[in-house]
Ligand binder design. Structure first.
Ligand SMILES: O=P(O)(O)OC[C@H]1O[C@](O)(CO)[C@@H](O)[C@@H]1O
Length: 528
């Protein structure tokens, strides 16, 4: 039997708590940038660490990381490098994508974005009537929404620019709320789309444009619309000029693009210095992943651990629980980063993969989740690896109240690990009419979790955390020999949505399955 499988089976019978001691925690606590990450509540032993290292060595993970940073075309199905790391690199870093030096272009475009953001923040860039911009609306979806949305919310304590809102859904109510109360003369619309073909984004952008033109006239579009895209020709066809267009490159994947021009809403919200700190945090992690030996390398260890839990322990999900209300969008952000990257069933050569791959990523901030789904985490029939993400300093509000938040995070990890045996549970209380509550109040324990601690959720800490997950996802994908950088699985639904829209308009359901055809008929009769 494969050693990783055998270890999974034998360790599943082991009490995690019986492994614990201070030396183990010290050995398995990794420092990466401003993060202290405790992996000691996982099924990591000398034997399993050695087996995970052997797995990584057999797949030459370290060589793959070098190839990634060398800008080789690792995204085979799209024939591209994967070089979002260049977007947070600095002058003097010698980075290439597909053989071309990229840093001059990257730094030039970054500077254009930062200058524009400062002009909006300072009021130098005004609307068509000369009024200061007070509301910025980012229209984008997927990677052109989730990253900036998450970071703007995460860094709310750093937010000193105009109001920044996000519209993603083609549901017209999303745009309605973003425009509600907005003064067109004081509103800047950012149309963010790597391809500039995404139907939701273009539909919302056209609706926002019509709203603006109705109030201020066609000529105002130039001052009130900017585009973030790799497709300059399509942006021009939409009517946004080159001075108002900020670009990036096809070797920056959509879900890895918040460091690029796609980060413009973040720049407008928090300004140049804080945004550069955000990039610096990610760059810290780029250096960490390249330079740190296996046992101390956080993205590599965590990627190997998660690959093991999915493939050999058959654990179908990972819970991400930030103990920071401002990180409420982090689970959704990581869902795209992870599930669009690792949700694949064939390998890089197109051959079937005969084991489980990508896991479901989900979560909510603590402590809210404790009063909702933690019942299942503690007493459900299976365990789920949990990430507790915990900045220890309050950025807003009283530190004493924040301490209670932190205490809850620590307590949850402890409860998952230690559990409660049936005798203790019985001794505590009986049920109605002396009913034995022992089985109901027992906690099995031995449930793994990772504790991410950082002093404060600064821009630098956030950058490091996000980049850590990017590299962790790379390692998992490489261990499974799948392409973590394409997303063909979204295409069929996109095409069928256009066909369903036609059928809703015309009533012609020929070629549709019976269920879909009936639904189309019913919608046509009931849509008012
Ligand atoms: O930035 P675009 O090209 O509008 O794409 C938005 C999103 O759509 C996807 O292609 C999936 O539909 C994502 O990968 C991407 O982040």
């Amino acid at each position: 039997m494969n050693e990783l499988k055998a270890l999974a089976q034998s360790l599943s019978e082991t009490s995690l708590n019986s492994l614990m001691n201070p030396q183990r925690t010290a050995q398995l606590t990794l420092d990466a940038g401003p993060w202290r990450v405790d992996l000691s509540k996982h099924f990591l032993t000398d034997a399993s660490i050695a087996a995970l290292k052997a797995w990584c060595d057999s797949r030459d993970v370290q060589g793959a990381i070098s190839d990634l940073f060398a800008g080789l075309p690792l995204n085979l199905t799209e024939g591209r490098a994967v070089m979002h790391m260049a977007m947070r690199a600095e002058a003097g870093d010698d980075l290439k994508a597909d053989g071309e030096a990229v840093m001059d272009d990257v730094l030039r475009e970054r500077e254009r974005c930062l200058v524009f953001a400062e002009r909006v923040r300072s009021g130098q860039h005004t609307g068509a009537t000369g009024a200061r911009i007070e509301r910025v609306i980012n229209i984008g979806i997927g990677g052109s929404d989730l990253g900036p949305r998450m970071a703007v919310e995460a860094l709310a304590p750093d937010h000193d620019g105009p109001d920044v809102r996000f519209v993603a859904n083609v549901d017209p109510s999303d745009l309605y709320h973003a425009l509600d109360g907005a003064d067109p003369a004081r509103t800047l619309v950012i149309v963010a789309s790597k391809t500039f073909t995404t139907i939701e984004t273009l539909t919302n952008a056209r609706a926002a444009r019509a709203w603006l033109v109705a109030e201020l006239g066609e000529a105002a579009v130039a001052d009130h619309f900017v585009a973030l895209s790799t497709a300059q020709d399509k942006v021009a066809a939409f009517g946004i000029g080159p001075a108002q267009t900020f670009g990036f490159w096809d070797w920056v994947g959509g879900r890895y693009s918040l460091w690029s021009a796609i980060g413009l809403p973040i720049m407008i919200a928090i300004g140049r210095d804080a945004f550069c700190e955000f990039l610096a945090g990610a760059r810290d992690m780029d250096q960490h992943v390249q330079q740190t030996p296996f046992e101390r390398n956080l993205p590599v260890m965590l990627g190997a651990l998660y690959a093991w839990y999915r493939q050999y322990w058959d654990k179908p999900s990972v819970a991400v629980i930030p103990y920071d209300q401002h990180l409420s969008e982090l689970p959704a952000y990581l869902q795209q980063a992870d599930m669009e990257s690792l949700g694949k069933r064939v390998d890089r050569q197109g051959q079937p993969i005969h084991h489980a791959t990508g896991a479901v990523v989900w979560g909510e901030p603590g402590t809210n989740g404790q009063h909702a789904f933690f019942q299942l985490l503690h007493q459900g029939s299976d365990w789920i690896p949990v990430e507790f993400i915990v900045p220890v300093q309050a950025r807003l509000g009283a530190q004493s109240q924040h301490d209670l938040l932190v205490a809850n995070a620590l307590a949850q990890g402890e409860a998952l690990l230690v559990g409660k045996d049936v005798d203790t549970a019985r001794a505590e209380m009986a049920g109605p009419d002396g009913m034995d509550l022992g089985p109901h109040r027992t906690f099995p324990g031995s449930r793994p979790s990772t504790l991410f601690l950082t002093p404060s959720m600064t821009p630098r800490a956030l950058g490091a955390l996000v980049a850590m997950h990017e590299h962790r996802i790379f390692v998992q994908g490489w261990l499974w020999n799948l392409n973590a950088y394409d997303q063909w699985g979204v295409e069929l639904g996109k095409a069928l949505a256009l066909s369903a829209a036609d059928a809703l308009a015309s009533g012609d359901t020929e070629g549709k399955d019976a269920s879909t055809a009936a639904a189309i008929d019913w919608v046509r009769q009931n849509r008012g």
